[in-house]
Ligand binder design. Structure first.
Ligand SMILES: [Zn+2]
Ligand SMILES: [Zn+2]
Length: 654
């Protein structure tokens, strides 16, 4: 009898052939096999029931546990099968399409495409989910069966599953694997692996129903797609559902509409943003903060056009490397022009306009530069991904010995700005070259070493903890990515500080050194938000529409209790406006309760309630949107507080 040598972690065992993966695991640790969902055998994912046969080599077995990403994928994939089994049980005659696990989708964990004998509706989802639970509790086995391709085609033909037949014909080699859930009528053409039995699936939920086409092609049969998700534990599922609900409540597209901040209309085109007065008021404040900081830190402001000759984009390399993201050229007097996808070449033009010496560096140009990118309609998403957007752009032209200091200031700048918005968890990632050092990286090895060291030193000097990522640098230079964590723990990738050895070369940028020789400056692309639109979207969701006082489009609303008070209300409003505050009045004949409710819905930070008493005493009764009644104040007292909140850009109205 032949022997199989198996290595599981530190343990090495021998078994008489054949032996199942589960048995091999059990010999090392009984608990381990109970916890495992599947396993990797020599790196390949297999079921626990997989049989190991003769081999001269030592076979390595690694259990796939529920708390790992691989484990979660096995759970979700198996849950998709469970879903199909439940649909078949409830609606015999249903034709099945495909049902994959979704691992990178924020909204769903898996789906199955079906054509049921009747159209399914949302009300069917709880019924199907209940059936899934029933099947899960019966603890039925996921059984693998290896068949000849022709036998599997026959199996699906007999079951009247034409779509599955089509898939087997297209994808199977001579033999193929079918998976059953025992004691149900479900069988699938699938490679696996799956959980060993249905009661391993403990936390799943169906989430949505949508239309779909077979193979995603509108010329094919129309199907229905049932979406669900699954997790290893009920706690994880509950936490995820809670965050999903919270994210929906904060959706910037919904809040943007409710608060009248911006709109996107098909009449103008997808991905093109119309900033309404209230959204624009917030944007002005965002820009003011930026401009103040830029000025303090020695940046110069520049303005550049939205189009340039096609030849410029050839020199910059955009024609060659970025053509898909650019709009088609347009002709003006036989010369071709293109809309700008980036601002960089324009700032280079400003640098090149006059000769530079080492004393002139660094040059720091900043611009809120609007760019246009040909995003596919499927990729566009509210403010988060648009076809036209404004970059809080800056380009720094520096000597190599200035890199560290300039980067350190960019880091300070980023931290200061994000702290002002109330993001106290900012993350930094340093992307450097990979192990294969000459893998198409542009520029001299020495320049790279200096630059990578300068970036790392700038981070260390500021005592910023960061993650170093090998091999993620662009071919033209290392970079630091900036990410923030929002109020509900989501991570947003925003700005980048990117070193560039490429464009100075392409545009032959120079400065005269102390030695009288010509040298090439290093270019730093620097944006904190990346896109003003996207950052605005993040802010809407972070604050759930309740902007801090300094950002709020309407900061104060004046609410007279009766018409008799209107004149007094107007004098109060006018005095506050004189102080540069954004004030509105509600002179409608509504009851005061309705006026307060309206102000709450519009998330206005302060409500000034004025009645006969206030008119007589020349005072105001102040309400704050979260704290409620703050009592009676003198107007100058309130005005001082409001001005302080505005000037300090306070996060809370306390
Ligand atoms: Zn499967
Ligand atoms: Zn740039």
């Amino acid at each position: 009898m032949s022997e199989i040598n198996v290595k599981i972690g530190e343990n090495q065992r021998s078994f008489p052939a054949p032996v199942s993966v589960a048995e091999a695991l059990k010999s090392v640790d009984r608990d381990l096999v109970k916890k495992s969902l599947a396993a990797k055998v020599n790196g390949e994912d297999v079921d626990l029931s997989y049989t190991l046969d003769n081999s001269d080599e030592i076979i390595s077995i690694e259990p796939i546990l529920p708390e790992t990403t691989d484990g979660l994928e096995v759970i979700r994939h198996s849950a998709a099968h469970l879903l199909a089994a439940a649909v078949l049980d409830l609606f015999p005659g249903t034709k099945l399409g495909v049902g994959p696990a979704l691992m990178d989708d924020a909204r769903y964990g898996y789906y199955y495409d079906v054509i049921a004998p009747r159209t399914l509706t949302e009300t069917d989802l709880p019924v199907i989910e209940k059936k899934m639970r029933e099947i899960a509790k019966r603890n039925l086995a996921y059984r693998r069966e290896v068949l000849d391709k022709q036998d599997l085609v026959k199996l699906f033909t007999d079951r009247d599953e034409p779509l599955k037949c089509e898939l087997v014909n297209e994808k199977a080699s001579d033999t193929a694997t079918a998976y059953h859930i025992d004691n149900t009528s479900f069988v699938d053409f699938c490679l696996g692996p799956h959980v060993p039995n249905t009661n391993k699936l403990k936390a799943f939920k169906l989430l949505a129903l949508s239309g779909a086409y077979w193979k995603g092609d509108a010329n094919n049969q129309q199907m229905q797609r049932i979406y669900g998700t699954a997790f290893a534990t009920q706690e994880e599922l509950d936490a995820w559902l809670k965050q999903r609900e919270e994210a929906e409540r904060r959706d910037h597209r919904r809040i943007g509409k409710e608060l009248d901040l911006f709109s996107i209309s098909d009449d103008y085109g997808p991905g093109l943003i119309l900033w309404h007065p209230k959204g624009a008021a917030i944007r002005m404040e965002m820009e003011n903060l930026l401009k103040e900081e830029l000025q303090r830190r020695g940046y110069s402001f520049v303005f550049t056009p939205h189009i340039a000759k096609r030849q410029l984009w050839r020199i910059s390399g955009h024609e060659e490397n970025y053509a898909d993201g650019m709009y088609a050229p347009t002709s003006i007097e036989d010369e071709e022009y293109r809309l700008k996808p980036m601002n960089c070449p324009f700032h280079i033009g400003i640098y090149k306009a006059s000769p530079k010496s080492y004393r002139d560096l660094p040059q720091r140009y900043s611009e809120l530069g609007t760019v246009y990118r040909a995003e596919l309609s499927g990729a566009i998403h509210g403010l988060m991904r648009c076809r036209g957007f404004t970059v809080d752009d800056a380009h720094l032209f520096v000597r190599p010995d200035q890199i560290r200091e300039e980067i350190a200031d960019c880091l300070d700048f980023a931290i200061k700005v994000f702290e002002t918005y109330g993001f106290d968890r900012v993350r930094f990632e340093l992307s450097v070259r990979g192990a294969a050092e000459n893998k198409g990286y542009l520029g001299a090895n020495e320049d790279w070493e200096n630059a990578e060291t300068a970036l790392a030193n700038a981070l260390k000097e500021r005592e910023i903890s960061y993650e170093r990522i090998e091999g993620e640098a662009a071919f033209y230079g290392p970079k630091i990515d900036i990410k923030i964590e929002d109020a509900i723990g989501r991570i947003w990738q925003l700005g980048t500080i990117q070193l560039d050895f490429n464009l100075p070369e392409r545009f032959e940028l120079e400065y005269t050194g102390e030695d009288g020789q010509r040298h090439r400056p290093v270019m730093i692309h620097r944006a904190l938000f990346g896109s003003v639109e996207r950052f605005f979207g993040v802010l809407i969701e972070h604050y759930a529409g309740a902007f801090p006082f300094w950002l709020a489009p309407i900061q104060i609303t004046v609410l007279p209790i009766t018409d008799r008070i209107n004149d007094y209300a107007e004098s109060v409003a006018s005095e506050l406006k004189q102080s540069g505050l954004r004030v509105e009045m509600n002179l409608k004949s509504d009851k005061i309760g309705a006026k307060i409710r309206d102000a709450q819905i519009n998330k206005i930070p302060f409500m000034l309630v004025l009645g006969d008493k206030e008119l007589e005493d020349k005072t105001i009764a102040v309400r704050e949107r979260k704290q409620g009644d703050l009592g009676v104040m003198r107007l100058d007292e309130f005005k001082d507080m409001a001005k302080r909140l505005k000037e300090t850009r306070a996060i809370a109205n306390g």
